[in-house]
Design a protein around this ligand. Structure first.
Ligand SMILES: [Zn+2]
Length: 534
C-alpha cells in the first residue's frame, strides 16, 4: 500500500467527475465516496450497520472527542472509540465555531490530537465562512484558515495520516479561488471546500456551482476534493460532475430524527408516504405501518438506515454513470427534481471548456441531446470547436447544405448514398445540425459527429443569426458558384427561407419523412449540377 503523498489514483473520468482510489492507513477508499457522520459519544445508529450497508469510511468530530474523551481516545485510538475498523476522517471542530462561536483549542493542538488518536484523514481546525454576506468577515476567515493550515503543517509528524487543507470564502468566489490557491501551495493530500451546508439548506445551488468551480480550478488534479456537509442525493451528481470526490453527511440521522425519509429526488415526511418507494433491506423487511408505529428510538434507526441505503445507492449510480460516460445525463435528469437545481445545471453548462478536461475524447456510446442546455455538452463543444478550427474548405463550384434532423450516421442516409454513388463531385456537402452547426460530410464519421441523436424539434434551438454567421464564414472560404440548400426539416424551413433570401441560396423544399423524399432531392441536386456543367 502506498502511503502519504501520491495517495490518490484516478481510474475513470467524465466531466470533472472521477472514480478513484484513495489509499489510507486503514484501507483503500473508492471515490466518489460519502462518509456518514457518526457521533463519538452518542451515536444512535450502530456503526456496524453503517459498515454492513457498504460504507468503508465514516467521519467523526475530533473536537467533541478532545473535549469529552481525550485521555481515553489518546490511549485507545479513535477506531476503538467509534468501534469502526474502516477509514475514519476526523473533522476538527471548525464547524462548531459557526454554531457556538470560538473554540478553545489552537489549530496546532488540534492537529497533534488528531494524529495522536490515529485519524486516517484529518482536517485542519479552520474558520468557516458560512453564509455570511460580510466581505470583511469572509476575508478574515480565509486568512485565519490559511494560518491554521500553516500551523498544522508545521506540527504534523505522521506520514500515514492524510491531511485535509480547507478552503473557505463562502459566497465570495474570488476569495474561494484565493483560498484554494494558497492552500494548494501547502503539502496537503486532500482539500475540502467549506460552507456549502448553508448554501444547500437555502437551495442556492447555482452558488454551489460557482463555489466548487472556483475551488476546483485552483487545486492540483491529484488531490481529491471533499465537499463539507453536502451529502444529499439531490446534489450528488452535480457536485461529482464538478469534481468533488468526497462528501460527508449527517443528514441521514438528522432527517431520521425529524421523521423524514430520503428519496433520490428529495425528502418526504413519514406521514406523507402512502408507499415505501424503495427496495432497500429496511423497506422490504418492514411495512410502512410497522415503521410508523414503532417507538421513536426504533423509528430513528429504521429511517436512518433507509436514508443511508439511498445515499449509498446514489453514489453507486454516479460511479456507474462515470464509467459509462453519461454523467452529464445523470446531472440533467436529476436537475428536473427542482427548478433551483435546474438553474444550477444551467450554470454548469457555462463551463463546457473546463468540463472538457475530464471528458473522454471517445465514448463507446452515442450522445443524446434533449434540450438547448445539452448543446453545451463538452463533447459537442469540443467537436464544434474542432470543425471550426481545423477543417479546411477547398475550392468547389457548389455548396450543398442539407438538414437531416436527428440522424445518427449521415453517410448511411438515402440522400448521402444517392449523391455519393456518383463518385466525387465538384461540390462541398455540409450537414446542418443544432449541435455542430455545419458538419462537412468528409469528417462526419469521426466521433461524436455521427453518434449524436436528438429529437428533430431541437433544431428550434438554432438561431437564424448563428446559422447565417456560420454559413457566411464557409462561403467566404469556398467561393462557391451556387449554394443549394435542401430542407427536410419543417422546423428549419422558415429560417432557411430567410437565409435563402439574404445569402442567395437555391432552396429545395423536401420537408417530410421517408427515404423517397431524400432520393428525389438527391436526384434534383445531381440534375442541377449536371446542367451547369454542359
Ligand atoms: Zn429503503
Amino acid at each position: 500500500m502506498s502511503r502519504g503523498r501520491g495517495c490518490f489514483e484516478v481510474k475513470a473520468t467524465d466531466l470533472l467527475g472521477r472514480v478513484g482510489k484513495l489509499y489510507t492507513k486503514s484501507g483503500v477508499l473508492e471515490t466518489p465516496a460519502l462518509l456518514p457522520v457518526v457521533h463519538p459519544l452518542n451515536q444512535e445508529l450502530d456503526v456496524g450497520l453503517i459498515k454492513k450497508i457498504g460504507f468503508k469510511a465514516v467521519m467523526t468530530n475530533a473536537y467533541i472527542t478532545l473535549k469529552r474523551l481525550r485521555a481515553l481516545a489518546e490511549k485507545k485510538g479513535i477506531h476503538s472509540i467509534i468501534g469502526f475498523d474502516g477509514v475514519i476522517m476526523t473533522d476538527s471542530g471548525g464547524y462548531q465555531t459557526l454554531e457556538y462561536g470560538e473554540v478553545d483549542v489552537t489549530p496546532a493542538e488540534m492537529a497533534t490530537f488528531e494524529e495522536s488518536i490515529g485519524s486516517d484523514i484529518a482536517v485542519v481546525l479552520d474558520r468557516p465562512t458560512g453564509f455570511s454576506r460580510n466581505r470583511a468577515f469572509a476575508e478574515q476567515t480565509v486568512k485565519e484558515t490559511l494560518k491554521a493550515a500553516e500551523e498544522t503543517i508545521e506540527v504534523r509528524r505522521r506520514k500515514d495520516v492524510l491531511w485535509v487543507g480547507p478552503i473557505q470564502g463562502g459566497l465570495f468566489t474570488d476569495l474561494v479561488a484565493e483560498s484554494a490557491e494558497k492552500a494548494s501551495a501547502l503539502p496537503f493530500e486532500i482539500h475540502a471546500l467549506g460552507s456549502p451546508t448553508e448554501v444547500m439548506k437555502t437551495y442556492h445551488f447555482t452558488h454551489l456551482v460557482k463555489m466548487i468551480i472556483s475551488a476546483k480550478t485552483k487545486i492540483p488534479l491529484n488531490r481529491p476534493l471533499h465537499l463539507f456537509g453536502a451529502g444529499h442525493p439531490l446534489t450528488t451528481p452535480l457536485a461529482v460532475a464538478l469534481g468533488c470526490d468526497l462528501f460527508d453527511s449527517a443528514s441521514y440521522i438528522l432527517y431520521a430524527k425529524d421523521d423524514r425519509y430520503l428519496t433520490h429526488t428529495g425528502t418526504l415526511r413519514l406521514d406523507e408516504l402512502v408507499e415505501l418507494p424503495c427496495s432497500c433491506q429496511i423497506c422490504t423487511e418492514y411495512t410502512l405501518n410497522e415503521i410508523r408505529s414503532s417507538d421513536r428510538a426504533e423509528r430513528i434507526k429504521l429511517l436512518a438506515a433507509h436514508n443511508l441505503y439511498i445515499l449509498q445507492s446514489e453514489i453507486k449510480q454516479v460511479k456507474q454513470a462515470i464509467f459509462e460516460g453519461r454523467l452529464w445525463d445523470a446531472v440533467a435528469i436529476k436537475a428536473r427534481s427542482h427548478p433551483k437545481l435546474w438553474s444550477a445545471f444551467e450554470e454548469m453548462t457555462r463551463y463546457s471548456k473546463i468540463l472538457e478536461d475530464g471528458t473522454p475524447i471517445f465514448k463507446p456510446r452515442a450522445i443524446y441531446l434533449y434540450s438547448k442546455e445539452d448543446l453545451r455538452r463538452p463533447e459537442v463543444y469540443r467537436a464544434y470547436a474542432r470543425i471550426k478550427r481545423d477543417f479546411r474548405f477547398e475550392e468547389r463550384s457548389f455548396l450543398i447544405l442539407a438538414t437531416i434532423p436527428g440522424e445518427g450516421r449521415l453517410l448511411a442516409t438515402p440522400f448521402c448514398k444517392r449523391l455519393l454513388k456518383e463518385g466525387v463531385g465538384d461540390y462541398q456537402l455540409l450537414f446542418l445540425s443544432p449541435a455542430y452547426l455545419l458538419t462537412p460530410i468528409e469528417i462526419s464519421e469521426i466521433y461524436p459527429l455521427s453518434q449524436t441523436l436528438y429529437p428533430s424539434s431541437l433544431t428550434h434551438a438554432l438561431s437564424t443569426r448563428t446559422l447565417q454567421k456560420g454559413l457566411e464564414r464557409v462561403i467566404k472560404k469556398g467561393g462557391y458558384k451556387q449554394i443549394i440548400a435542401v430542407c427536410f426539416d419543417k422546423h428549419l424551413h422558415q429560417k432557411l427561407t430567410t437565409l435563402a433570401r439574404r445569402l442567395n441560396l437555391t432552396l429545395l423544399d423536401y420537408c417530410g419523412e421517408g427515404s423517397s423524399k431524400q432520393l428525389e432531392a438527391a436526384e434534383q441536386i445531381l440534375r442541377i449540377i449536371r446542367s451547369s456543367q454542359v
